[in-house]
Write a new protein. Sequence first.
Length: 382
Amino acid sequence: MNTSLLTNVKNEFVSKFQRAPVMVFSPGRINIIGEHTDYNDGFVFPAAVDKGIIAAINKSDSDSCTAYATDKEETFMFSLKNIGPLSQGSWQNYLLGVVAEIQKIGKSVGNFNIVFGGNIPVGSGMSSSAALENSVVLGLNEVFKLGLSKHEMILISQQAEHNHVGVKCGIMDQYASMFGIENKALLLDCRTITSDSFEIDFQHHEFALINTNVKHSLSDSAYNDRRSVCESVAKMLNIPALRDATELELASIKDKISPENYQKVRYVIQENERAISASKAMQQGDLEALGKLLYASHEGLQNQYKVSCDELDFLVGQAKLNEHVLGARMMGGGFGGCTINLVAKDGAENFKAQASKAYKAQFNRACSIYDVKLSQGTHLIN
Ligand code: GAF
């Protein structure tokens, strides 16, 4: 957590509203492997990180609510009687969505004020949106004593994203952000919404993140399209979700679906297996095997699921050229954002320098390198 961000958000709140706030830190996440498997009831392997959203929140005595986003220096006032989504892409929708979903389950919140700021680069694929949603729901839960469990809170955050932001996301981001554990990654079963935790403390290797600093448009509609392809094929197979499918069963309906959709569904089935294999490789300390799974995951995302982009493919290509890297892949929903790289600690600087230089030469834009620590999930700060 960033202490100057914390001080800044808290001071803004006190100077605007003249009372002490409840403070919340809500982290972003990385995902080691298991991409686009969450909404297929499958497995994912994320971890919360030390970059996130800090929110200051408390009741308001006025007859409306005020939100202030420190990064954008934007103020937004709204009434609890009239909560509807604003135009697509507005940050307000994450906030309004959470309030609306709390109201939907019959809990009531009074007027409140909120100030928030963050240090997760938007569009990096590290889930600033889930971090914001979780900070709001946990803050409101505390201020209005709603008595919500963490499980209820992440479902509210997810519904906010579905109904107010328009992305039919799975549960990975909200779960990882809420339930993260310091130094650990979570193998999450998205059907039961329960996880096993794994200490990430490789002696000689680390995960390095490289941000392409691009986010191509259409990513939200492409995301929802992929999800509906998966659901319709699950229906054809007469199973609840693709998590229950095998490649053999899929082959039996090959002539009933387009070759493109066949490959997409095959990717999901294979990626789900890779997530489980990755957890085994980690338990056995077999980082070579883990690295190969990362490369295979990227290959599937690029060629079968088709959610990658030139910039991500280029960075993964750079990883393959560097002897210090065991594996790499794009991370998150796709069409931009970060790659995650499993790299030898003593070769990490060499790789980062090489990849940055080559990226700049290729695209005439800089990439960004992040060092993250695995962190505790959404929590109140004293
Ligand atoms: C986005 C979504 F929000 C997640 O639910 C997940 O599907 C991910 O893309 C892809 O694995 O981050």
